[in-house]
Design a protein around this ligand. Structure first.
Ligand code: GLU
Length: 321
């Protein structure tokens, strides 16, 4: 019997930075890992700029990220880079769809009201919204609208979302207990990350999401939204975080991790790429390499399963190369 060849779906990966500042070691690590996962599988790699907040994300920062990626040799396959700041009408249509499904309600709570001492918290410290404004009557909504512009929240049901993460294995989150109703549009009209990221990953045909493990639990509301909005759910791989020797997350303020500083000091990207490849468990000791040198070597299974310490003197290694 003739068997039809099984058509294997082509991997479509992405890097979706928020240009709230210059890239740092952590962003480069995420970008390189996501690029390697997609490209070593013969897939496509897309770039998207997540500049939803126009105040925090000026265009100059995005230009800088693009220049830094070019310098690093991390390439992308989309000639038109989507900027979230230019896609408001797209998010509006998805927002409308959710409204038509009666899944959205206005929320008038102030920051202070949300952070009261007895507010329920998720395990990572995030406040889980108690649903206060979900119970408002139409008259109360009308009354409150006179003095305050509301945010919009998405109703998240008491439902478990289960998925298998490429790095952390089986994951399960309960939408109402771990998240509570999430804001999908802020009171100033700016659409929120969870809605925009889902709409964009869906529309761009993304099949593989590789990003930091700080976003692991965000996959749950995103999977829920993918399903409601009629998109295929991508596969996920969350990366261990980069931490300092004190066990805290590597931050923008660590000067030696800043791309501006690194590009001033290094003549080329190879020592940095090699260092990250070593962090990612791909080579035994850090040695200068080009991003493309890593493609034939890359093995996702070698990525360590724990957070990765970047020693304070890591810069010494780079400088010597
Ligand atoms: N824009 C987000 C960030 O820079 C990443 C979003 C994502 O990868 O889903 O942290």
């Amino acid at each position: 019997m003739n068997k039809k060849p099984v058509s294997k779906q082509k991997v479509v990966g992405r890097f979706a930075p928020s240009p709230s500042g210059r890239m740092h070691l952590g962003n480069v690590y995420t970008a390189l890992a996501a690029w390697l996962c997609a490209k070593s599988a013969g897939g496509k790699f897309l770039l998207r700029i997540e500049d939803l907040d126009p105040v925090r994300c000026p265009r100059a920062n995005a230009d800088q990220i693009i220049s830094d990626l070019e310098w690093l040799g991390i390439t992308w396959d989309n000639s038109d880079i989507p900027y979230q700041s230019e896609r408001t009408s797209i998010y509006e249509s998805f927002f409308q769809k959710l409204r038509d499904l009666q899944l959205v309600y206005p929320c008038f709570c102030s920051r202070a009201q949300l952070h009261v001492a007895d507010a329920p918290h998720a395990s990572d410290g995030r406040v889980v919204y108690a649903g206060t404004c979900r119970r408002l009557t139409p008259e109360e909504v009308q009354e409150k609208s006179r003095t305050r512009q509301p945010a919009a929240r998405l109703i998240l049901p008491d439902e478990d979302i289960t998925f298998c993460d490429g790095q952390y294995g089986l994951q399960q989150f309960n939408l109402s207990h771990d998240w509570g109703d999430i804001i999908i549009r802020r009171s100033d009209g700016v659409f929120a990350y969870q809605l925009a990221v889902t709409a964009d990953d869906g529309l761009m045909g993304v099949t593989q999401v590789v990003r930091g493990s700080d976003l692991l639990s965000s996959s749950a509301p995103q999977i829920y939204l993918f399903r409601i909005l009629g998109f295929q759910v991508p596969e996920y791989l969350h990366l261990p975080m980069l931490i300092t020797e004190d066990g805290v997350r590597l931050a923008k303020r660590d000067k030696a991790a800043d791309m501006g500083f690194l590009r001033q000091q290094l003549t080329g990207p190879e020592p940095l790429i090699g260092y990250i490849a070593w962090l990612l468990g791909q080579i035994r000791k850090p040695e200068p390499l080009k991003a493309t040198d890593l493609l034939p070597l890359f093995d996702q299974k070698k990525i360590p399963g724990h957070d990765l310490v970047v020693p304070g003197d890591y810069w010494e290694y780079l400088r010597k190369r």
